[in-house]
Design a protein around this ligand. Structure first.
Ligand SMILES: CC(C)(COP(=O)(O)OP(=O)(O)OC[C@H]1O[C@@H](n2cnc3c(N)ncnc32)[C@H](O)[C@@H]1OP(=O)(O)O)[C@@H](O)C(=O)NCCC(=O)NCCS
Length: 147
């Protein structure tokens, strides 16, 4: 199946699909409620949102990049639909996101990896930083990559 990489529009059906994906893949498995405060919704309109879409406009993977210092972005909310995990979509999405962010002047990326996903980011060249910490009830590790 051919999937297209493109920005996710931060309104309408694109945004609804992104919220559904984040809820199904990142919140429900942890018994967490997906709820954004109005100020978070507003703040996310200033982030970069990217996705992989099929020919019917269905989103198969999403990611958000939040600028936190000049040239530096935090990668967040990386999720691939369950039936497509392990098929190379995560690698494709993150690689293309890195290129898109480079084009916006990014020089360094950081993220907080869930312990189960650390190996994925290792393979994509992210370096482990510091000690594990607990966030949303599960172990995480900060990882960084210079672009
Ligand atoms: C983690 C996730 C984004 C990875 O995307 P994916 O499409 O499943 O991964 P890919 O198929 O692109 O894998 C790319 C490479 O990473 C490896 N990999 C993928 N998931 C891995 C994992 N959890 N641990 C270790 N290695 C992993 C693959 O084997 C592959 O290696 P290769 O290039 O040597 O063949 C996806 O599985 C997912 O959404 N998981 C649930 C939500 C989650 O944990 N999100 C991350 C929060 S920090």
């Amino acid at each position: 199946m051919t999937l297209t990489f493109r920005p996710i529009e931060t309104h309408g059906s694109d945004l609804e699909q992104e919220y559904r994906l984040r809820n199904e893949i990142l919140r429900i498995p942890l018994n967490l409620v997906f709820h954004l405060m109005p100020e978070q919704i507003e703040a996310e309109t200033r982030d970069f949102h990217y996705g992989l879409f099929d020919g019917n406009g269905e989103m198969h993977a999403c990611v958000i990049a939040t600028p936190f210092e000049p040239g530096k972005y935090q990668i967040r909310q990386m999720a691939v639909i369950e039936r497509q995990q392990g098929n190379g979509l995560g690698k494709d999405l993150l690689t293309k996101t890195e290129q898109a962010l480079r084009d916006h002047g990014a020089t360094e990326l950081m993220l907080q990896a869930r312990d189960v996903a650390i190996g994925f980011y290792d393979r994509l060249g992210y370096e482990r930083v510091g000690e594990m910490f607990t966030h949303v009830g599960i172990p995480h590790l900060e990882m960084r990559k210079k672009l």
